[in-house]
Design a protein around this ligand. Structure first.
Ligand SMILES: NC(=O)c1ccc[n+]([C@@H]2O[C@H](COP(=O)([O-])OP(=O)(O)OC[C@H]3O[C@@H](n4cnc5c(N)ncnc54)[C@H](O)[C@@H]3O)[C@@H](O)[C@H]2O)c1
Length: 381
């Protein structure tokens, strides 16, 4: 079988994760990367044949099947549009864009041209998340009463922690919500098969100012700064938010999202209460799913392809007892997207598309509006 050709724009934290996951697929060659400086040197370091300092040149020269956009959020729109105009399929990091209008344009253009536009909401590919989705779909959980949970991180805990994500012109108007809350609500809508109709949001920025380094800092680098290395900078996006959701099928949800929660590195919890049983999943123990019952024993379902639902089996690469995690969700997501690319435009997998990316931007926008107005806001255009 002919191998497919991928190009990666941006090789920070997540661009490198994309390269690793693609290599594990075996049928995709990462033929080039694009990054702003020392591109060929960085390509050599990653064992990628070609490095470009201009992403347009990479797209023009490399006959790519798919381009992966792994740069700060504000750049996604321009890069995705350029690639699509050259007929290249896209895997775009989340959040899809920084405005709803940009997301709408990308979604509509991909649809018009029959291109695959995927948004990298990979967490929905955890086997136990798919298992929850399948249990809800089969009726095993009953009517969904409520969902609650968290998405917690601590990498912005200190006021000396800095990232481009703290700059709205690069990251967008919301931060904790769009950066990590977007994953949580994408998973919940996917699992329960219901769409958000209304949101209520409470935002807080605990660090009103932060120490912005006067030199470049990579994501998650945890670099210590001296006073001469930074300037005190006002922060305009939220460290924390608590959100309430109403869904079109009658379910309700509550979540707390924080990037300043000491000790929690990257924890997602989803707890679902249904009329027949409850489900509880914690990303820190991602290979297990707790099933709670009133009239019988509670259960723990292990990530074991011999016992889980058929759709969950499809995103499992190893037998039971062999732990899989975050990097595997990338591999599974890319497998579904590249299969859709290879098999033609009419094949839709259960990966997140530009339609889902657009929807998530719509929720972001309404969450932001609710935080500003302190009122419930309807999720519609
Ligand atoms: N799906 C996930 O789980 C996940 C996790 C982390 C980040 N992300 C998303 O991935 C994107 C990147 O985040 P990150 O954490 O990797 O950031 P990062 O700062 O670690 O890396 C960003 C990279 O983009 C490069 N870049 C900037 N401008 C560029 C340009 N014009 N051309 C080429 N390269 C350019 C930078 O040099 C850097 O290497 C963001 O949209 C973020 O929200 C997704």
């Amino acid at each position: 079988m002919k191998k497919m050709r991928a190009g990666i724009i941006g090789i920070g934290f997540i661009g490198v994760a994309h390269i690793e996951a693609l290599r594990r697929l075996g049928y995709v060659d990462v033929v080039a990367i694009a990054t702003t400086s020392h591109a060929q040197e960085k390509a050599d370091g990653l064992y990628v044949p070609k490095g470009y300092e201009d992403y347009k040149e990479m797209i023009d020269n490399e006959e790519l099947d798919c381009v992966h956009i792994c740069t700060p959020n504000s750049m996604h729109y321009e890069m995705a549009m350029y690639a699509m105009k050259k007929g290249v399929h896209i895997i775009c990091e989340k959040p899809m864009t920084v405005t709803l209008q940009q997301a709408k344009e990308l979604r509509d253009y991909a649809k018009e041209k029959g291109l695959i536009g995927a948004v990298n909401f990979t967490l929905r590919m955890y086997p136990q998340v798919v298992q929850m989705r399948e249990m809800v779909k089969s009726g095993e959980v009953g009517n969904i009463f409520s969902v609650h949970g968290v998405y917690l991180q601590d990498w912005l805990f200190f006021d000396t922690d800095w990232s481009w994500r703290l700059e709205p012109e690069l990251s967008g108007d919301t931060r904790a919500m769009s950066d990590i809350g977007s994953h949580w609500i994408d998973m919940v809508e996917t699992i329960i098969g219901q769409k958000t109709t209304e949101v209520f949001a409470d935002f807080e920025t605990f660090h009103k100012t932060r120490k912005k380094p006067l030199k470049e800092v990579a994501t998650y680098s945890g670099m210590a700064l001296r006073p001469e290395d930074y300037e005190e900078t006002e922060i305009n996006t939220e460290d924390y938010c608590s959100l309430l959701f109403h869904f079109d099928g009658g379910a309700k949800a509550a979540v707390t999202i924080s990037q300043v929660y000491a000790g929690r590195k990257n924890q997602q919890i989803i707890s679902i209460s249904g009329s027949k049983c409850s489900l509880h999943w914690d990303s820190e123990d991602s290979n297990e799913l707790w099933i709670g019952r009133r009239d019988s024993f509670n259960q723990k379902a292990a990530k074991d392809p011999s016992i889980l639902a058929d759709e969950a089996k499809k995103v499992i690469g190893y037998p039971g007892g062999h732990v899989e995690g975050y990097p595997d969700t990338f591999k599974q997501n890319f497998h579904k997207v590249y299969t859709a690319i290879r098999e033609g435009q009419n094949v839709q997998g259960d990966f997140a598309t530009f339609e889902d990316g657009y929807r998530e931007m719509l929720i972001n926008e309404k969450v932001f509006e609710s935080a500003k107005t302190r009122q419930w806001v309807c999720v519609q255009e």
